[in-house]
Write a protein that binds this ligand. Structure first.
Ligand SMILES: [Zn+2]
Length: 100
């Protein structure tokens, strides 16, 4: 295993997701156990490319991408819940106003 693990690699998905609303990715090297930290799509791909160029010269860049369930997903869930809640409350309020 190469000694150049990117700083911040040991952190959890939560710390990565807290940095922004954008979806976070972690890129894993296909040749060794290296992984980038939680970061944006472009930045992660660049980090993996740099790693491969340094440690696996001459081997095509491989590996896989891990997607963090970040804040973006949770916001989506909240919005759906909010819409459902409003859809239930608004007719009730309108009915109440009409009846009174
Ligand atoms: Zn590697």
């Amino acid at each position: 295993m190469p000694p150049d693990r990117v700083s911040g690699t040991g952190r959890t998905a939560l710390s990565g997701a807290a940095e922004g609303i954008a979806v976070q990715y972690r890129y894993w090297c296909g040749e060794c156990g290296f992984s980038t930290g939680w970061t944006g799509e472009t930045e992660g791909r660049l980090q993996l490319l740099r790693h491969c160029r340094r440690w696996h010269r001459g081997i095509p860049v491989g590996g896989h991408r891990e997607r963090a369930r970040g804040r973006a997903d949770r916001w989506g869930g909240c919005l759906v819940a909010l819409c459902v809640g409003l859809a239930l409350v608004v007719p009730a309020v309108v009915l109440l106003v009409l009846l009174v």
